[in-house]
Design a protein around this ligand. Structure first.
Ligand code: EPZ
Length: 416
């Protein structure tokens, strides 16, 4: 499948921002800890959500998509998470913590994910080990034994999102015991995961701060929950409107999740208004380059918006330098943007972008999820027909992307 885009249209209109992929995925994993019915409302059909649900179903859970909701119940009949999907789906590693919490043993393969770097799990393993989980390795499999998991203090060597979530979930059912995790990641999706688990009767305090305290409980009960809006989707649409020109209104997003981007967009010349659950952006002038941009963990500028701010700089007046501090190989989209006339040079974790007047239409191929989304934005501003191929990468984390952009006035079609 590919997108055919005829660039040059301005964008006008309003969009409801879908629920956050990176909140939904660990939340789906956390339902492993509860046999009763859990309902995740208004679930977007991201490919990653479909894959994660399929893994849960293969492990024995009852999984149903009904009336736009995802309904999960039942218990596992296997704790061996060894299947094809786990090789491609990074978030399958989020199942380790919940399975150990409830079943106290697991067999795993080292997870896959986007081609943006090694994606190791050493911080996950180190944290679980300090809670007493024993690991053995054979034939590319990881055997985890949590029969003697006790509680205590975990200090993460780096505020890893996944490791914070995994270790937090592993501690939820240590009945009557207290676990403290320090140097935690502070992303809003972690706060949403804690809220979800607390709605099942969990006792997690401090999510969103660098120290999280978990009071273990005996059992969790069913719940019904709607996740927060996806800040990376919202950032993508804001940058699309900034690049194309026009005026859009995004509903269902907390501006506090996007403050560094909002500052960058204002400095580029966009008019932005913020409301409690809505952001509006208007721009009808040539964008000014932002200068130095550095990605970091929340509340800094998110690495997941790095490809999107990069493509915005390709048509901004002046020179910018982007420093990607989180992943070691997240500039794969640069080669594809060069086909469209972008002037970008990369050295290790730095990209230098010299703004050009306009991008040229071309046939390009998605290198990964966020790089793919950036290529779509490049096509939206390049006058003429751009083909963006291998869009399954994008559909992992964007649902109805072409339909939403068309509703704002973009000329984009999905074709075989
Ligand atoms: C989550 O991945 C997100 N995925 C990523 O979003 C996001 O880019 C990332 O957090 C950072 O915000 C989901 O939530 C499903 P990390 P995760 O552990 O948990 C290194 C997207 O586009 N690291 O915070 O895998 C790692 O290699 C995706 O939606 C270790 O070295 O990210 C990376 O360099 C892409 N050892 C850095 O830490 C470990 O044990 C950040 O990784 C774990 C991580």
């Amino acid at each position: 499948m590919k997108y055919l885009i005829n660039g040059g249209n301005k964008l006008f209109g309003r969009l409801e921002v879908d629920s956050a992929k990176n909140a939904i995925l660990p939340i789906i994993a956390s339902t492993i800890m509860c046999d009763e019915e859990c309902v995740i409302k208004e679930i977007p059909m991201y490919l990653d959500v479909i894959e994660m649900s399929a893994i849960l179903e293969k492990l024995g859970k009852k999984v149903e998509f009904r009336d736009g909701n995802l309904i999960i119940s039942g218990s596992l009949n296997s704790t061996s998470v060894i299947m094809a999907e786990t090789k491609t789906l990074r978030s399958s590693i989020f199942m380790l913590g919940p399975i150990l919490a409830k079943y106290r043993k697991a067999i795993f393969t080292s997870p896959g994910g986007c081609d943006i770097g090694k994606r190791p799990i050493d911080i996950h393993i180190a944290g679980l080990k300090s809670l007493g989980v024993k690991f053995t390795y054979a034939n590319d499999l990881i055997y985890a034994d949590a029969s003697k998991m006790q509680v205590g203090e975990v200090e993460l060597s780096f505020p890893s999102v996944g490791a914070t979530e995994n270790i937090m979930m592993a501690s939820v059912l240590n009945d009557g015991e207290i676990t403290v995790i320090r140097n935690c990641a502070r992303e809003p999706e972690i706060v949403d995961l804690a809220k979800f688990i607390n709605s099942m009767g969990g006792k997690i305090f401090g999510a969103g701060y660098e120290t999280i305290v978990i009071y273990g409980v005996k059992k969790l009960h069913g719940t019904s929950f709607r996740c927060i809006g996806d800040r990376i989707l919202a950032g993508t649409y804001l940058i699309a409107a900034a690049m194309c020109g026009g005026r859009i209104e995004l509903e269902g997003i907390d501006p506090n999740f996007l403050l560094p981007l909002i500052v960058f967009l204002r400095n580029s010349g966009c008019n932005i208004d913020l409301f409690s659950d809505k952001i509006t952006l208007e721009n009808f002038s040539k964008l000014k380059s932002i200068g130095k941009i550095e990605t970091s963990t929340f509340p800094g500028f998110p690495t997941d918006l790095q490809s999107l701010i990069l493509v915005m700089q390709t048509i901004s007046k002046g020179t910018s330098i982007i420093h990607e501090t989180v992943f070691e190989a997240r500039f794969k989209v640069v080669a594809e943007l060069a086909k469209m006339g972008a002037k970008i040079s990369v050295s290790e974790r730095y990209a230098t972008i010299i703004g050009v007047n306009k991008l040229k239409p071309s046939n390009v191929v998605c290198p990964d999820l966020r790089g793919g989304a950036a290529l779509v934005l490049a096509g939206l501003v390049a006058k003429g027909t751009t083909e963006v191929d291998e869009i399954f990468h994008i559909e992992r984390g964007y649902y109805n992307f072409d339909k939403n952009l068309r509703s704002l006035g973009a000329n984009i079609e999905k074709v075989e």
